[in-house]
Design a protein around this ligand. Structure first.
Ligand code: SF4
Length: 209
């Protein structure tokens, strides 16, 4: 059985239930290791920085990673990358232990959206944050600070990602896919030269939700 795309009505209902969070407002969340957040279909949006980090972690070239694990959708000339799921909508990197709990096999290099989940950083200017009510861990545990440094890093990466695509597509006139490949190549070169964003220890030190 293949995973069905949600209907417009379901998406509207989901959007209405999102819990708004002000910048700096403490949040309550405790991971229950249920793996539900990694089983909802190909809904993890990726930047070129996410792709390069994951590919390097798996010791493969970004082209190979893109072919095997990423779905590219072009909308309004902009290419969007989503992590692929299996036929049931489970992320290809989600594994289940003997005791039924789940784990991410690329955890140190997992995408920014996964590091931040269930916190959703939807708009950058003004900064708009939500908690995803579908996560059973939301509302659990004592209030704690948001991962401010990680949010800042994510916003910066997303800004650079779209700025680069805009420059290549709109200003230089490259076709969307070619622009994406060039942006990935440039990010790959940056990582090879030791860019801070490619250092997984640096990223881990920024915290997570
Ligand atoms: S990359 Fe890891 S954390 Fe992200 S959806 Fe896949 S299994 Fe879950």
């Amino acid at each position: 059985m293949t995973q069905q795309e949600p209907s417009i009505e379901e998406l509207e209902e989901y959007t209405k239930r999102l819990i708004p969070v002000k910048p700096g407002q403490p949040i309550r969340f405790r991971c229950t290791r249920c793996g539900r957040c990694c089983s909802g279909g190909p809904n993890v949006a990726l930047t070129v920085y996410d792709v390069v980090r994951m590919a390097r972690f798996l010791r493969m070239h970004w082209k190979q990673f893109l072919r095997g694990y990423v779905k590219v959708i072009i909308a309004d000339l902009i290419p969007h990358m989503l992590l692929r799921g299996d036929e049931r909508g489970r992320c290809l990197f989600l594994a289940t232990r003997h005791d039924g709990t789940t784990l991410c096999v690329i955890y140190p290099a997992r995408p920014m959206r996964c590091r931040l989940y269930p916190l959703l950083v939807e708009s950058l200017q003004p900064q708009t944050l939500y908690l995803d009510p579908r996560s059973p861990g939301v509302g659990q545990g004592p209030p704690r600070p948001q991962p401010e440094k990680l949010i800042k890093q994510y916003i910066e990466e997303r800004r650079r990602h779209y700025q680069k695509l805009h420059q290549l597509i709109v200003e230089q006139g490259l076709p969307p896919l070619q622009a994406l490949y060039q942006a990935l190549d440039e990010a790959w070169q940056e990582a090879e030269k030791g860019a801070k964003w490619a250092d997984l220890d640096y990223l881990a030190a920024l915290g997570s939700t």
